[in-house]
Design a protein around this ligand. Structure first.
Ligand code: DAH
Length: 377
């Protein structure tokens, strides 16, 4: 984990002390506070606003049973959160893969960049909120390609009921979410419910919509487990709550026809000028700047995690990397395993010069040796 300390030491989040668990580079922390979901003419802002409108303007189906109809909106909660809020209060086991620094950005042993907006649910319930949604940026260490980005956006919602059984609450949840989706998409659309598992809900389900002849999973939801309510100091014998979490990027990519997740971060007017408040319109692609690739081959060791390579490359080249893909792998006679990764470089807003690419290539090779402690081939 050493190399992240070197990178992160460049200074960020001064109030939270980094320690040897820190695996966050400034390329990531620089994105905190960009608030794309608050820009009214940005696809993420357009979706976020239409979700807010649904929950604020009484368009939510009135609960037939004992629950609040007015939702509070939280859209400015800090993404730097306690491990306890992000995982433990939600009954995520220590051994769960999301708790691994391989998948999650740790600032120190006890603080992470939230991996989902569900993080805030217990705390808000504890504060006495009974119906609320939270919107914000979430962070995951992930591979690099057209549909994955280390920062994306989610909406989470919770509604608490008095003296109701779980089945009734689950049905209300499903009805409410179907109405929500119809109000976002503004057209009748085919939907289906799929059984799912989440550590914090039971029963749980996922909602899929049929769009352009493809089933697309857009949200997860369920009835909060008794243990989660207890963690919020709520008596589960007298109370039941539904919760849901919806990712904005995937839905926006589908509805606005956006082919690459990095476009959301583009400052190019040809992207930004295309969208208007409250309207879902199809993205018209414009000519892209040329792409260029470089291959990196090295012998791996037992500590090697592919996500660390992706992170290293991101920390050096940021958004200029379009994709990192394992191209081939082989074993030497001595049993050493060699892997070759192809890295595609393309800037969203300008042409890259050979010199710029060469510098990036040099730095990545240097990082593979010095930071990942691997032997180049
Ligand atoms: N937090 C989950 C995720 O990021 C999504 C989710 C599922 C949120 C079920 C919820 C829920 O509130 O009830 O994948």
């Amino acid at each position: 984990m050493l190399f992240f300390r070197r990178i992160a030491n460049k200074g960020f989040c001064n109030t939270i002390q980094r320690d040897e668990f820190c695996n966050v580079s400034t390329k990531i922390t620089d994105m905190i506070g960009m608030n794309l979901y608050k820009q009214p003419n940005h696809p993420l802002g357009i979706l976020s606003n239409s979700i807010k409108t649904f929950f604020l303007n009484d368009s939510t189906p009135k609960s037939q049973i004992n629950a609040k109809d007015t939702f509070k909106i939280y859209d400015s909660l800090s993404p730097i959160v306690d491990v306890k809020d992000c995982f433990k209060d939600l009954l995520v086991e220590d051994s769960h893969e999301t708790m691994s620094p391989k998948n999650t950005y740790f600032i120190n042993k006890n603080h992470v960049l939230r991996t989902h907006m569900t993080t805030h649910d217990v705390d808000l319930l504890k504060k006495g909120e009974e119906a609320f949604i939270s919107i914000g940026d979430v962070y995951r260490r992930d591979s690099i390609d057209a549909t994955h980005y280390p920062v994306f956006h989610q909406v989470d919602g919770v509604r608490l009921y008095k003296n109701q059984n779980k089945e009734v609450v689950f049905n209300e949840l499903k009805f409410c979410l179907e109405q929500l989706i119809k109000s976002i998409i503004k057209q009748d659309i085919q939907m289906r419910w799929i059984d799912a598992y989440f550590p914090f809900t039971d029963p749980s389900a996922e909602l899929e919509i049929l769009y352009d002849n493809k089933w697309l999973e857009i949200l997860g939801c369920g009835v909060l487990r008794d243990g989660v309510l207890k963690n919020a100091n709520i008596n589960p014998e007298l109370n039941t709550a539904w919760a849901f979490g919806l990712g904005l990027e995937r839905l926006a990519m589908t509805l606005f026809n956006i082919p690459d997740i990095r476009l959301f971060w583009s400052k190019d007017k040809r992207f930004l000028k295309q969208f208007k408040q409250n309207e879902i319109t199809k993205f018209k692609s414009y000519s892209k700047f040329p792409t260029c690739f470089k291959d990196f081959s090295f012998y791996i060791n037992n500590d090697f995690q592919e996500n660390d390579l992706h992170e290293l490359i991101r920390s050096i080249a940021g958004d200029i990397v379009e994709e990192v893909k394992l191209k081939d792998t082989f074993k030497t006679k001595e049993g050493k395993e060699s892997q070759c990764y192809r890295v595609n470089f393309r800037h969203m807003d300008k042409s890259l010069t050979n010199e710029e690419i060469n510098i990036l290539q040099f730095k990545i090779r240097e990082g593979i040796v010095n930071d990942l402690k691997l032997e180049l081939r």
